[in-house]
Design a protein around this ligand. Structure first.
Ligand code: FMN
Length: 305
């Protein structure tokens, strides 16, 4: 692995390989420390953090679906200060870049989080989750409108010089126009996709299975949608794109790289196989050896249409 070039630059952060963990599926890193060597990962993206702790939604809030899972965790988290005091000191022992995924219910909340994170030397960058309900707009997610998405990114950009990855919602009509607006607002990279809104019904009770009624679908079921969106966006923006959605093995990850992703994030697969990220890194390496590729860049955007 060492003699082939595996490193990628995702908008100001160098990763030793293109495989990261997806927010909300890898805790705050420590949960996986006994299972895998965290130094081997390309990047760690921690569970989404808000300014204050949040209990999330009431249960039931997670259910398995055919080829995936539906979750309505509701962005439960310990809040930025507890993360800094209790979790960051552990994570900084590793050579792997750490990204903090943030969300807010107002633009000011996003901006205040960015200011706080800007002070943290051990954090490589931010991932801005714009799939969060905008309180001022009656709960419509920031990420479904170009103006609201751009407003969040501009306000965060003003408050930090750290690299900004902006994570897009797939629950939109035109993903390319949202991608272009966050690029114009100062994003250094774009990650996609977040979960797709869905629901399940218990027919005996005639009730939704999740207490929240709807939830976010993830896992293999969403991979074709994610691949399509990554391909569409990567052709239209100049900044690096990070592919997410149903990546369960190296073949899935390679497909995203071929579609134009510079790196990938692994989410639901971590629940099925805690070693999924390591298996994927090794599998990409084997594929490159078999295909006689010297660097991972030879795969990126190599789709033949
Ligand atoms: C249980 C769970 C919690 C999640 N929490 C977050 C979160 O806090 N912030 C975020 O941006 N995305 C969150 N996500 C979305 C994932 O990071 C990822 O975008 C999505 O699951 C699609 O990838 P996958 O199919 O590989 O899981 C969560 C997903 C799951 C399944």
């Amino acid at each position: 692995m060492r003699d082939r070039k595996f490193c990628v630059d995702i908008g100001g952060v160098d990763l030793k390989n293109p495989v990261m963990t997806a927010s909300g599926t890898f805790g705050y890193g420590r949960e996986f420390d006994e299972l895998i060597d965290l130094n081997q990962l390309g990047g760690i993206i921690v569970k989404g953090l808000s300014l204050l702790p949040s209990p999330g939604n009431p249960p039931p809030r997670i259910i398995e679906t055919p080829c995936g899972m539906l979750n309505a965790i509701g962005l439960e988290n310990i809040g930025i200060e507890a993360f800094v005091n209790e979790k960051l000191s552990f994570l900084k022992n590793f050579s792997t870049p750490i990204f903090i995924n943030i969300y807010g219910k107002t633009v000011d909340e996003y901006a205040d989080l960015a200011s706080r994170i800007d002070e943290l030397d051990d954090v490589a960058g931010l991932e801005v989750n714009i799939s969060c309900p905008n309180v001022k707009a009656g709960g419509i997610a920031f990420g479904v409108g170009c103006d609201a998405a751009a407003e969040v990114v501009e306000s965060v950009r003003k408050r930090t010089s750290k690299p900004l990855m902006v994570k897009l919602s797939p629950n939109v009509t035109d993903i390319v126009e949202i991608a272009k607006s966050v690029e114009g607002a100062g994003a250094d990279s774009i990650s996609l996709i977040n979960t797709i809104t869905g629901m399940m019904i218990d027919i005996a009770k005639r009730r939704p299975v999740l207490a929240n009624i709807t939830g976010g679908l993830s896992g293999p079921a969403i991979k074709p949608v994610a691949l399509r969106m990554v391909w569409q966006v990567a052709r239209e923006v100049k900044i690096p794109v990070i592919g997410i959605g149903g990546i369960m093995n190296a073949e899935d990850a390679i497909a995203f790289l071929i579609a134009g992703a510079t790196a990938v994030q692994v989410g639901t697969a971590n629940f099925v196989n805690p070693r999924a990220t390591i298996d994927i890194i090794e599998g990409i390496d084997s594929f490159m050896a078999k295909e006689n590729l010297d660097q991972v860049g030879d795969l990126i955007g190599s789709i033949r249409i």
